[in-house]
Design a binder for this molecule. Structure first.
Ligand code: AMP
Length: 287
C-alpha cells in the first residue's frame, strides 16, 4: 500500500521537514522542488506539499495517511489523530497575551465580552469556554500582535517562541494553551490498515533525528586498558572490539557516543594511550 504524507509547502516548518525526508533516504527524484505532489523513486510513498494549517484537515479526512505539521495546528483543528513522532523542531507555544497596561494578570481577570484576536479560533474558543469565559473571538490570518493596537481586539492568542515580538508590541503572556513542536500525525484508519508500512517510514525519520545527536568513534587502544575503556562507554551496546592483525598490545574499538561527550571521550582515550582516533558522522541510527 502506498503511504501518502502531507508536508508543509513553505513557511517555518518547510526546510527542516524536507531535510529530514531526504536524510531518511527518501529519493524524491529530479526537480521535486517545483512539484506539489511527488512519488518517491525508491519507496512506496507519496508526498504532497500543502499549507501547514491545512494538514490536520487532510489527515483527519483520510486524503493522506500522515502529515508533518505543528502540534498547535492539530490542537486547533480539534481532530483526534495519533501523534507518531515529536520531531524536535518548530518549538513554540500558543499563549494568551494581553497589553502591558491592561491590568489583566491572569485568565480570571478577563471579562465576558473581551475581544480575542487569533489565527487559532478553534482551540481559543474551547479554551475560554473551559474557563467559563464568554469572549468574542476575532479570527485573523496573521499579525494578531497588532490587533490590540489597531483597536480590533482587546487581547490575543498567538504563537510565541522568544517573546521578542510580544515585547515589541507591548504585550505580556499570561497563560499557555499548547506547547508545540513539529510532529508526525497519523490518520487512525490508515494506521489500522497499513500500520507496518507507516511505522517503518516514521522510524526511518526518527532514526535521522537520533543519529544527529550521535557520532561514531573509532580508535586503536592499548589491550591492557580495555576494561577501563569499556566502562567509559556504557551507552548502546558498549564498544565493538576487534583485533588488529599482528598486534597483541593494541585493539581497535568502534563505539557510538553522544555528540556532547565526544570532546571529553577523545581526551580520556588519548590519556589511556589511544591512537588513530576517528570521529565520523552517522546518517541514521536504528536502535
Ligand atoms: P507557517 O505559518 O507555515 O510558517 O508555519 C507556522 C508553524 O510553524 C506554526 O503552526 C508552528 O507550528 C511553527 N512555529 C514555530 N515557531 C513559530 C513562531 N515563532 N511563530 C509562528 N509559528 C511558529
Amino acid at each position: 500500500m502506498t503511504v501518502k504524507m502531507a508536508v508543509p509547502n513553505k513557511g517555518r516548518l518547510y526546510e527542516r521537514t524536507v531535510e529530514l525526508l531526504l536524510k531518511s533516504g527518501l529519493d524524491l527524484g529530479e526537480d521535486w522542488g517545483r512539484k506539489l505532489y511527488v512519488k518517491a523513486v525508491n519507496q512506496d510513498i507519496e508526498i504532497v506539499f500543502v499549507r501547514a494549517q491545512d494538514i490536520p484537515e487532510f489527515v483527519n479526512s483520510g486524503s493522506v495517511d500522515l502529515g508533518i505539521t505543528g502540534l498547535d495546528q492539530v490542537a486547533d483543528s480539534g481532530y483526534e489523530m495519533e501523534n507518531l513522532l515529536n520531531l524536535d523542531f518548530g518549538h513554540c507555544r500558543l499563549s494568551v497575551a494581553v497589553p502591558e497596561d491592561s491590568g489583566i494578570g491572569k485568565i480570571d481577570d478577563i471579562e465576558n465580552g473581551t475581544r480575542v484576536a487569533t489565527s487559532f479560533p478553534g482551540i481559543t474558543k474551547r479554551f475560554f469556554e473551559s474557563k467559563g469565559k464568554n469572549v468574542r473571538v476575532v479570527t485573523v490570518t496573521g499579525a494578531a500582535e497588532i490587533m490590540p493596537y489597531m483597536g480590533v481586539s482587546d487581547i490575543i492568542v498567538d504563537l510565541v517562541s522568544s517573546g521578542t515580538t510580544l515585547k515589541m508590541n507591548r504585550l505580556v503572556e499570561i497563560e499557555t494553551l499548547v506547547n508545540s513542536q513539529a510532529i508526525i500525525a497519523a490518520n487512525k484508519d490508515s494506521l489500522r490498515r497499513s500500520r507496518d508500512e507507516i511505522i517503518d517510514f516514521v522510524d526511518s525519520i526518527g532514526s535521522v533525528i537520533t543519529a544527529e545527536t550521535k557520532k561514531y568513534l573509532m580508535a586503536d587502544v592499548p589491550s591492557r586498558e580495555l576494561d577501563q575503556i569499556t566502562k567509559m562507554f556504557p551507552g548502546l551496546e558498549g564498544p565493538t572490539v576487534m583485533n588488529i592483525s599482528g598486534r597483541d598490545d593494541m585493539m581497535a574499538i568502534h563505539v557510538v557516543v553522544d555528540k556532547k561527550d565526544v570532546y571529553e571521550s577523545v581526551n580520556k582515550l588519548k590519556k589511556l594511550g589511544a591512537k588513530g582516533i576517528l570521529i565520523l558522522p552517522i546518517d541514521r541510527l536504528v536502535p
